[in-house]
Design a protein around this ligand. Structure first.
Ligand SMILES: Cc1ncc(COP(=O)(O)O)c(C=O)c1O
Length: 506
């Protein structure tokens, strides 16, 4: 990182720190404290309402029932809740979330889970079936992501984790521990574009690794020169997304990873979202830049089976280029009174049933199934992009394939108001900021007849509605507006915490 870049970053972070310190200080002044408490109380009423929509209809338990309740009654309650929630995702109103969801496929996953619901791969001697499934899930994913192109293909290895976040956390922990042992690094940093997933911030906080965020260009892909400048001798790895959550753009991973290799550091490709789409998109003739082990500088990849791998929620794959690297992921302890203990991932006991369901998903869909699913999703992407281009008030961000972000280019159209109107029409799309925009991650749910047409028609009407009602208030628009302003950031952080509190209230 050169001096001007460093100075700019310092000013940015100092500004943010100062603003949040002022907020934290002001919060303690009695008058301000009372005002804020009153505002938060009001806010909490709304947060509770949205977090607990069933409060008036279903009895709540904050104490174990005296006697166990009848099975039929319990299952009926579950069914009734499921029914209320299912239509929204099933009919394609949701961005991402449920990636497959066809009844026959869901039934297969549920059956696989049920068959193995009592298993725990922590006890691999009792349940070697789960180790078999997991080893094969890792091998199949590695094969899809270019393990054959590595000089010693059987060196590519990995583990099944509980999701994208755990895969990323473990990859960063691995690089930290490897750098400590092999290079004596005590104050590690990692370099990632600003668009890298929040899981990297989480890894930074959990594992004490400084996260150096570098800008993206006008095409919303990582700025390679800025990333190179941010690397120093304490850098343990560089990061790129394939694609990134926000704008669906694939970073220039070839350039980034070859620089990482030149510097002798790791490079992690976050293919949580694209690992099970991009290989098939390439086979379908789409232009897909290199992102996997075919690039010699890529040393680890996260790819989520529970997204476009179409497994049940709760699995992802973390791949390493070599076993020598993976060994820094392992947790082993030899002097614990509880016995010899080893565990590959963050959890101790794990649900083997989910790994069984994941294995079944990969086997049942197969290469032809993934190719077909990807073709459908990409066709929906083409249609959505064309539809958004036809709405003059909106513009696409970058040129993504199937995770499509767009913003307003009309000062009369606040994109967050458009998001609110879409929410009133049952859509569950993602509001994003920096810059203000929203996105939809297309899944198989959107490939059913009429869904994309409904999306585009609602979007067109939502834009018209916002233009026709300039003074309409409410919804999430003010919150997004607030989150974009520095001094309010502390208040928004408090609010997010309050929402989490509300989720755990009975
Ligand atoms: C690019 C990317 N990386 C990581 C994650 C984190 O995945 P998870 O929510 O499974 O922890 C996501 C989730 O959407 C993602 O899009």
């Amino acid at each position: 990182m050169d001096i001007t870049e460093r100075a700019k970053q310092r000013i940015r972070t100092t500004g943010e720190t100062l603003a949040s310190s002022v907020f934290e200080f002001a919060k303690r002044l009695p008058l301000v404290k009372d005002r804020i408490a009153a505002e938060y109380d009001k806010l909490l009423v709304d947060l509770r309402k949205s977090a607990k929509p069933y409060a008036d209809e279903f009895a709540s338990s904050s104490r174990l029932p005296e006697q166990g309740r009848p099975h039929a009654e319990l299952l009926a309650e579950l069914e009734s809740l499921r029914e209320r929630e299912e239509a929204r995702w099933r009919e394609g109103f949701m961005s991402g979330g449920v990636y497959h969801g066809e009844p026959e496929h869901v039934a297969l996953l549920e059956r696989a889970y049920a068959i193995h619901s009592q298993t725990n791969p922590l006890h691999s001697d009792i349940w070697p079936s789960i180790s078999k499934y997991e080893a094969e899930i890792v091998a199949m994913t590695g094969d899809m992501l270019g393990s054959a192109s590595v000089a010693a293909p059987d060196e590519v290895c990995g583990t099944v984790t509980s999701g994208g976040t755990e895969s990323i956390l473990l990859a960063m922990k691995t690089y930290r521990d490897q750098a400590r042992v092999e290079r004596g690094i005590r104050r590690p940093n990692m370099v990632a574009p600003i668009t890298a997933h929040a899981a990297f911030d989480k890894a930074s906080q959990y594992f004490g690794i400084e996260l150096r965020k570098t800008p993206v260009g006008a095409d919303f892909r990582a700025d390679v020169d800025a990333a190179k400048r941010a690397v120093d001798r304490n850098t343990i790895c560089m990061i790129g997304s394939a694609p990134a959550f926000a704008h669906g753009m694939v970073d220039p991973i070839e350039a980034l990873s070859s620089y990482a290799k030149q510097r002798g550091i790791g490079f992690h490709t976050d293919a949580c979202l694209g690992g099970f789409v991009l290989p098939w998109a390439r086979e379908l003739g789409r232009e897909v830049p290199g992102f996997d082990f075919r690039l010699p500088g890529v040393t680890s990849i996260s790819a989520d089976t529970h997204k476009y791998g179409y497994a049940a929620k709760g699995t992802s794959v973390l791949l390493h280029r070599s076993k020598a690297q993976r060994k820094f992921q392992w947790f082993t302890i030899t002097d614990w009174p509880g016995g010899m203990y080893m565990s590959p991932t963050i959890a101790g006991s794990r649900p083997g049933g989910l790994s069984a369901a994941c294995w079944v998903a990969l086997q049942a869909i197969g290469r032809a199934g993934y190719l077909d699913a990807t073709a459908k999703i990409l066709a929906a992407g083409d249609q959505v992009r064309a539809g958004i281009r036809a709405i003059p008030e909106l513009e696409l961000l970058g040129d993504p394939l199937w995770v499509i972000a767009f913003r307003s280019r009309d000062p009369e159209v606040d994109i967050y108001r458009v998001l609110d109107v879409m929410t009133q029409r049952h859509w569950n799309l993602n509001g994003l900021h920096r810059p203000a925009c929203m996105h939809i991650a297309l899944t198989l749910r959107h490939t059913h007849e009429g869904v994309v047409e409904r999306l585009l028609a609602d979007l067109r009407e939502a834009v018209e509605h916002v233009k026709a009602h300039p003074s309409e208030q409410g919804g999430m628009a003010p919150v997004y507006g607030l989150a974009g302003t520095l001094p309010a950031r502390g208040a928004v952080r408090d609010m997010l915490g309050m929402y989490l509190d509300a989720l755990y209230e009975v």
